[in-house]
Structures are given as structure tokens and as C-alpha cells.
Design a protein around this ligand. Structure first.
Ligand code: NDP
Length: 324
């Protein structure tokens, strides 16, 4: 691996994705300026892969942070790998390109590196981020994800994104895309919740067999936003086995939780808006878990899911009715 692509994985379309990414989602009550400050720290400490989304409503600030770090000479645009996601109110094909253009405008960037379908379950199209009826019920929509995918492919052809991928898809939904007539590009990745309590070993095996990278989110026990997260699921970083392994390596449970993915061929995201923890999360390339450590962490799999997407259980594209 040449220096330029250090700690990166080659995607099925020839581009490279850094294997450790910086997550930028925070619940709505956290000021967006925090995302900008944290992104600058993350770039300073070495993160080159930055994960955001239209839904996070922070792309203006993240774009400013990236452009500032380019302007001060810390990085070039080419060294940054920036991901945005198509929000579920824009899954109708005619809305896809305008949605990406909207993100680019907020970011003040010419292109993104990766554009993902955020979730396969569409919500009612319109300006509301989370459309609900008078009783508070989410208003869903049914859009064929293959049509959405074809519109993403056009965004890649137009140079607005380097790569295209999906998020929160199960293996059958991935197959729907892969088997689509006139498929032009395969998804480069599937970004899903993944951590020792939900290690996604079957989905990972499936993705590897199709040359699709699995990208892990909520690898550090999730943002715990009560709007989305099942708070009854135990906190991963308090897990005794993870703590024992961390002590043995003179590391933190967070570093072990991140390193675990790197050693199993999973690209991993880590969100922190705290300077000390941002630095800590980047220090995962200078130690190695033993095969016994890896087996012990594999043994923690409990199929505990922090984000269950309960609003969508009745939708035909609800991803979690399948085993994987
Ligand atoms: P993580 O699991 O990465 O982090 C959870 C929390 O852990 C953070 O809020 C952080 O708090 C804390 N933390 C960070 N580092 C450490 C550490 N070393 N030790 C102890 N605690 C730590 O959060 P997310 O669920 O947000 O997932 C990461 C990213 O994945 C998101 O930010 C987003 O970019 C993406 N994502 C994508 C989704 C999708 O549907 N595609 C869904 C969810 C997330 P603090 O800031 O105080 O350090």
C-alpha cells in the first residue's frame, strides 16, 4: 500500500476509503458548531474519512471545517473522504440529484466521495425531515430502491460523487440492487450498526463475497439519542470482557471496540466531540488484538440492536425482519 492510501481499503469501483472514519451525528440539542470544532480536531489528529448526512443538519458547519483545514494546509481535498447520505424523504428518483446538490451547496464542495441511500424505507416526500400525521405517526412512502439506485448511479456519472453505496440494507435488499437489470455500479459499501453485541458476521460474510465493504456505525455503543435508541440495551463500553482486554493492552475499551473491526476487515466510524476521545480513537493502528481476544469479542454477540427503526416495522422494506 502506498503512503497516499495508508490505512485505506480499495473499493469495488477503484477508489480508496480510509478504514477509520469520523462520525458527526449528534442529537438535535447539541449546537452544530460543536460538529465543526470536532471535525477540525479530527482532521488535525489524522482522521481523513468524515461521515455525515443531510439528516444530521450539520453539513454547512462540516463543510466550513473541511474547507478551513484545506485552506490552512493541513489537508488537500483529495486526501479527505467525505460521505453524505440521501435522506429518506428524497428516495423518489427525481429527488435524488437535487438532494445531493443541496448537500453540496451546504458543504460548498464540488463533489462528495461517497453518496449513500440512508435507509431503504422511504418517508413521505417534502420539506419535513420527519413527516408525521396529526397523531404523531410517521408518514412512510414506498419507493422501489432499484429506481433510487439508478438515480444514484447518474449522480456518479455526473461527477457529483466519486462512489455510491447504501446504508441499513439487509442482504436481500443488497441482492435486489446487485440483480437489478442494467446495473451500472455495485454499491461500494453497506453502512450498518455493528459492534461486538451485534457483530453482523453473516452480513459481513455476504458483503465480502460481493466485494462490498461493511462500514460499522455505533461501534462505541451509539449516540444514545432517545428518539432513535433503545436505552435498555447495555452500554457496550462497560462490558467486562472488553475492559479486561483493554487493560491487558494498556488501552481503553473504546480503542478495543474500534480495533476489533479493523482486524475483521470492517471499516469503522467513531463519533466524538471531545478532544481527548477524538485523539484516543485515532490511536488504534499501533496495537494488535490476539486471536484469543478476537474470539472472546466475537463471543459477545447478542444481536442487541441500539437503533431498531421501530417506526418502519410495517414497511415492506423494513430491513430487520430478515436475519441479516
Ligand atoms: P458512536 O458509537 O461512534 O459513539 C457513541 C458515543 O461514544 C459518542 O457520543 C461519544 O461521546 C462516545 N465516545 C466516543 N469515543 C469514546 C471513547 N473512546 N470512549 C468512550 N466513549 C466514547 O456513535 P454513533 O452512534 O453516532 O455512530 C458513529 C457515526 O456513525 C455517527 O456519528 C454517524 O456519522 C454514523 N451513523 C450512521 C447511521 C446510519 O443510519 N447510517 C446511524 C447512526 C450513526 P462524546 O462525543 O462525548 O465523546
Amino acid at each position: 500500500m502506498d503512503r497516499k492510501h495508508k490505512h485505506s481499503v480499495k473499493l469495488n469501483d477503484g477508489h480508496y476509503m480510509p478504514v477509520l472514519g469520523f462520525g458527526t451525528y449528534a442529537p438535535a440539542d447539541v449546537p452544530k458548531s460543536k460538529a465543526a470544532e470536532a471535525t477540525k480536531v479530527a482532521i488535525d489528529v489524522g482522521f481523513r474519512h468524515i461521515d455525515s448526512a443531510y439528516f444530521y443538519q450539520n453539513e454547512k458547519e462540516i463543510g466550513e471545517a473541511i474547507r478551513e483545514k484545506i485552506a490552512d494546509g493541513t489537508v488537500t481535498r483529495e486526501e479527505i473522504f467525505y460521505t453524505t447520505k440521501l435522506w429518506v424523504t428524497f428516495l423518489r428518483p427525481e429527488l435524488v440529484r437535487p438532494a445531493l446538490e443541496r448537500s453540496l451547496k451546504k458543504l460548498q464542495l464540488d463533489y462528495v466521495d461517497l453518496f449513500l441511500i440512508h435507509m431503504p424505507v422511504a418517508m413521505k416526500a417534502g420539506e419535513e425531515l420527519i413527516p408525521k400525521d396529526a397523531s404523531g405517526k410517521f408518514l412512510l412512502d414506498i419507493v422501489d430502491i432499484r429506481d433510487t439506485w439508478a438515480a444514484l448511479e447518474k449522480c456518479k456519472d455526473a461527477g457529483l460523487t466519486r462512489s455510491v453505496g447504501v446504508s441499513n440494507f439487509n442482504h436481500k435488499q443488497l441482492e435486489m440492487i446487485l440483480n437489478k437489470p442494467e446495473l451500472k455500479y455495485k454499491p461500494v459499501c453497506n453502512q450498518v450498526e455493528c459492534h461486538p453485541y451485534l457483530n453482523q458476521s453473516k452480513l459481513l460474510e455476504f458483503c465480502k463475497s460481493k466485494d462490498i465493504v461493511l462500514v460499522a456505525y455505533s461501534a462505541l455503543a451509539s449516540h444514545r439519542d432517545p428518539n432513535w435508541i433503545d436505552k435498555d440495551i447495555p452500554h457496550l463500553l462497560e462490558e467486562p470482557i472488553l475492559n479486561t482486554i483493554a487493560k491487558n493492552h494498556n488501552r481503553t475499551p473504546g480503542q478495543v471496540a474500534l480495533r476489533y473491526h479493523l482486524q475483521r476487515g470492517v471499516v469503522v466510524l467513531a463519533k466524538s466531540f471531545n478532544e481527548k476521545r477524538i485523539k484516543e480513537n485515532f490511536q488504534v493502528f499501533d496495537f494488535k488484538l490476539t486471536p484469543e481476544d478476537m474470539r472472546a469479542i466475537d463471543g459477545l454477540n447478542r444481536n442487541f440492536r441500539y437503533a431498531k427503526l421501530e417506526h418502519a416495522v410495517d414497511h415492506p422494506y423494513y430491513p430487520y425482519s430478515e436475519e441479516f
